[in-house]
Design a protein around this ligand. Structure first.
Ligand code: AKB
Length: 323
């Protein structure tokens, strides 16, 4: 039997999916990375890849794709994020939980060898220590999304402990990248701000001036994901989900960073319903356990993140204008 790893990325058209496809393609070869999504990808960079249409809630569709492509590892990124989930609680619960079960059950049945499933800082809530939130602490999430992520974490640990499923997970903070837009999250302002800064020189944030949240440049999140997935099983002491830390900032601090780079930039803050969600989340994360277990180390600070984002958004704008 071939030992070649073959990866399936579910949610390949999404913010994390696009970047993960490209990173896995570089490591495994584009022919060994399959994308699947409920909507087709418009991403030029994904042209060399095989892309399937998939509703992760349909186990038969998923199983057919896994069999057809001899998949060994599944990255299940399909989820409804925090802000949208507050509007559609039942749909969010279904997508976030049934999708996870379908993948875990395929692994339990021995059809795939390894699973990655993202959790989030949304598992924490108002009763969690807010600063340098530890790996193991009070988790009483106040949002539908957070509740689904916490339940998912417990199921991952359960499938590992009871069925030996090799499932690994990271509690992603807000992710910031330029290749593909996020959708429906509370941390999305930190991506929108760059597009608006370049387009109009101003931005109205839907979170308040002093709202500090943990964030991460998306390439760092991908690096963390691959590092975790390549770690030897014996090194992994957490089978629920790992805290990882990148940067943390407020809208005002991010605007200052943009100003240091662009000169002129105006920020206004008009908080909406997403403020209530953000207020329940930590402002910074302690990732000592991830550092110890699999060598996680962030390399990006606020200024380097701002520089990379501005250059990336600028390049993307130019290439879409010349198409
Ligand atoms: C969201 O804002 O919902 C996500 C997250 C922090 O998981 N970006």
């Amino acid at each position: 039997m071939s030992t070649q790893e073959r990866a399936l990325v579910i949610g390949s058209s999404g913010q994390i999916g696009v970047e993960l496809m490209l990173a896995l393609g570089e490591r495994l070869g584009t022919e060994n990375v399959i994308g699947a999504d409920i909507r087709p990808s418009e991403q030029e960079e994904l042209k060399p890849y095989t892309l399937e249409m998939l509703n992760v809630l349909h186990m038969e569709q998923l199983e057919t794709i896994v069999d057809r492509h001899g998949i060994t590892t599944v990255y299940n990124l399909a989820a409804m994020l925090s802000a949208t989930a507050e509007k559609y609680p039942e749909k969010a619960w279904d997508l976030n939980m049934v999708g996870l079960f379908n993948v875990l059950d395929l692994a339990k049945a021995g059809k795939i060898k390894k699973v990655f499933w993202p959790s989030s800082i949304a598992v924490f809530g108002l009763t969690t220590p807010k600063t340098n939130t530890p790996q193991t602490t009070v988790c009483e999430p106040n949002t539908v999304y957070g509740i689904s992520k916490l339940a998912g974490e417990r199921w991952c640990a359960y499938y590992y402990e009871n069925y030996g499923v090799d499932v690994r997970s990271i509690r992603y903070p807000g992710l910031i990248g330029y290749r593909s837009a996020p959708g429906g999250g509370t941390t999305d302002y930190a991506v929108e701000i760059f597009h608006e800064a370049l387009e109009h020189g101003r931005y109205t944030s839907f979170l308040g001036e002093e709202t500090r949240l943990p964030m991460m440049y998306i390439e760092e999140a991908i690096r963390a994901t691959i590092q975790l997935m390549e770690a030897p099983p014996a090194a992994i002491t957490v089978r629920s989900s790992y805290n990882v830390s990148g940067v943390d900032f407020t809208p005002v601090e991010l605007a200052d960073g943009i100003r240091r780079f662009l000169g002129e930039f105006e920020l206004e803050c008009t908080p909406d319903f997403r403020q209530k969600i953000a207020d329940t989340w930590p402002d910074s994360i302690d990732d000592t356990v991830a550092r110890h277990d699999w060598g996680w180390q962030s390399r990006v600070n606020l200024d380097s993140l701002v520089e990379t984002m501005i250059e990336g958004v600028r390049k993307k704008k130019v290439s879409s204008e010349t198409l």
